[in-house]
Design a protein around this ligand. Structure first.
Ligand SMILES: *[C@@H]1O[C@H](CO)[C@@H](O)[C@H](O)[C@H]1NC(C)=O
Ligand SMILES: *[C@@H]1O[C@H](CO)[C@@H](O)[C@H](O)[C@H]1NC(C)=O
Ligand SMILES: *[C@@H]1O[C@H](CO)[C@@H](O)[C@H](O)[C@H]1NC(C)=O
Ligand SMILES: *[C@@H]1O[C@H](CO)[C@@H](O)[C@H](O)[C@H]1NC(C)=O
Ligand SMILES: *[C@@H]1O[C@H](CO)[C@@H](O)[C@H](O)[C@H]1NC(C)=O
Length: 504
């Protein structure tokens, strides 16, 4: 080949590359497991999270971010597909007897990114399937590691991140999915209620070289309103603080690795959690205490709103569109049979919308564990929340993990011995819910007064119900007609799906 040809070829190769690789090169997604607002940024005074606090200074801080479902695998499947769990098929937990997977034809974030030439990696808790849908180029997960090592051992996590970043191929998407500060009393009681003893250097606990354990006293804990004011709950909370602080130090190590590898100035950093904390009224609930989550987004190219707060209603369903936007991936590469209903959050990094009054987010829950069939649908505006409990004649289910927790065991003991629960609800009004729950969030942020059957709120109820139904329709919700009607959408009804009344 003569030289001119070679030069021409090089010219094309280089041009080809530069058009696909923009300056916005990488994404680092940091996900905490069951973490709430126990961090300085959100006003926490006791639990120490200096690394997240530093990240906040470079981030837009989301004050109204929500998961679409308060359950681990369903939430992660929604985060990694942009589709609510009723649409992607991950109706409940992935592991063991629960056995849920998304549909095989669902298009996932790692698939879209891989096709677009982005190198993908996951370190930590995966908890979604099938493998064919959620394949990353680099995987160190519970599927072939101890979850404690890839999810809680921050030294081990640091070294894995270092390994991933040692491959300088850009652009990349790295998903670091901590298992802290999840409960652990149900699976590994030897390490404490939250695995707070794992790696603390005591006999049999092993040692995590990079971790400076921070221990909290139950009497210094400040409980949120929805946790019983008891010693057991405070002790439980203090243990969770310790693992929250460990995860925070892990975040610090990961960010240091990113900096050392030279990627701090071209990487979008997102921090969030999969769902609310594992306490009563928290995880597995559609109340704000179950679905509201922390979120920080830091971009080296959007510096205007650093350390500012946004009150815009945001959903984890917005994360895939945000990442596609960041990598300039055209819509036709990911919008298909299932249309994503989320929006890119990058514009928010520039400017708060002038009118947020019409904003709305949605939630959809089906199961947590396989026995916990309790489908709920939710619509939330700034002012109101409407929850539809499709199976409200059944008691609200309690998971194995939370059931054994000191907090809940104490509640049961108190209930049995007719002692004061020191809680804002009774067990029976927690278990037995009305089919519809409507709350005025401005006047009743604790969601205690159900207005769904109140004459003065008929219009609000009707309006939210109609919008919820519309969203269920757009997102192809198989439960759209439940519980009072039957959906007919085949044969005679193929072109005109109908909810047919049971007439009971
Ligand atoms: C886990 O599997 C991935 C490939 O899926 C492999 O790259 C990695 O080395 C494995 N890790 C361990 C500890 O076996
Ligand atoms: C770096 O990552 C790319 C994309 O996954 C892969 O093709 C390549 O083999 C990796 N390089 C090294 C040295 O591991
Ligand atoms: C954590 O990981 C490091 C590095 O792999 C290892 O040396 C250490 O023993 C691990 N600690 C525990 C508690 O497993
Ligand atoms: C990031 O920093 C490196 C090293 O200082 C520099 O070469 C590169 O151009 C910077 N990238 C951006 C997008 O600023
Ligand atoms: C969903 O919307 C489509 C299009 O507007 C309509 O044809 C269909 O009947 C709706 N589904 C149900 C169950 O109402």
């Amino acid at each position: 080949m003569d030289c001119t040809w070679l030069l021409l070829l090089l010219f094309f190769v280089q041009n080809g590359c530069s058009s696909t690789i923009s300056t916005k090169q990488n994404v680092l997604l940091l996900l905490a497991d069951d973490a709430g607002f126990q961090m300085g940024t959100y006003g926490e005074k006791i639990c120490q999270t200096p690394n997240l606090d530093i990240l906040s200074k470079k981030s837009l801080i989301f004050n109204k971010a929500f998961t679409s479902v308060s359950s681990c695998s369903p939430s992660r499947s929604a985060l990694l597909t942009g589709l609510p769990s009723h649409e992607n098929g991950m109706y409940g937990l992935h592991q063991e007897v629960n056995h849920f997977d998304t549909f095989n034809n669902v298009i996932s974030l790692p698939q879209v990114l891989k096709t677009a030439g982005v190198r993908t990696g996951i370190i930590g808790k995966k908890h979604v399937g099938p493998k064919s849908v959620f394949e990353f180029d680099y995987e160190q997960t519970e599927e072939n590691n101890s979850i404690l090592q890839v999810g809680r051992n921050i030294t081990h996590i640091k070294l894995l991140v270092r390994e991933f970043l040692s491959n300088k191929t850009q652009p990349f998407f790295l998903y670091v999915s901590f298992h802290d500060p999840h409960r652990c009393g149900h699976s590994n009681p030897e390490y404490g209620a939250f695995c707070e003893k794992f790696g603390n250097g005591e006999e049999g606990m092993g040692y995590i070289p990079d971790w400076q354990g921070i221990y909290y006293q139950p009497d210094e804990v400040i409980l949120p309103y929805y946790v019983p004011d008891t010693f057991e709950a405070k002790q439980d909370f203090a243990a969770q603080y310790t693992t929250m602080s460990r995860m925070d130090q892990g975040v610090g190590l990961v960010l240091k690795e990113l900096e050392n590898a030279g990627f701090l100035n071209n990487t979008l950093i997102i921090y969030s959690s999969d769902n609310g904390i594992p306490f009563p009224n928290g995880r597995t609930n559609m109340y704000d205490s179950g679905v509201q989550i922390p979120m920080l987004i830091s971009s080296p190219f959007h510096t205007k709103r650093r350390y500012q707060i946004t009150n815009s209603l945001t959903s984890l369903l917005d994360i895939p569109p945000t990442i596609y936007d960041w990598f300039s991936i055209p819509e036709e590469n990911y919008q298909n049979k299932h249309k994503l209903t989320g929006k890119s959050l990058l514009p928010l990094l520039e400017k708060e919308p002038s009118d947020t009054t019409k904003e709305v987010i949605f939630g959809s829950h089906n199961l947590h564990e396989i026995t916990m069939y309790y489908p709920m649908r939710m619509i939330r505006t700034h002012k109101y929340k409407l929850i539809h409990n499709l199976n409200n004649n059944s008691p609200f289910p309690i998971d194995q993990d939370f059931y054994l927790s000191p907090t809940f065991q104490d509640m049961l003991n108190r209930h049995k011995s007719h002692e004061n629960l020191r809680w804002f609800k009774t067990l029976s009004n927690y278990y037995y819910r009305k089919e519809w729950e409507l709350f005025d969030l401005k006047h009743d942020p604790e969601e205690l007064t159900n207005l769904a059957y109140d004459d003065n709120h008929k219009m609000v109820f009707k309006d939210l119900k109609a919008r919820l139904f519309q969203w269920q329709n757009v997102t192809q919700d198989p439960w759209i007609c439940a519980p009072h009607d039957v959906l007919e959408n085949k044969g005679f009804y193929a072109n005109n799906p109908q909810c047919l009344f049971l007439d009971n």
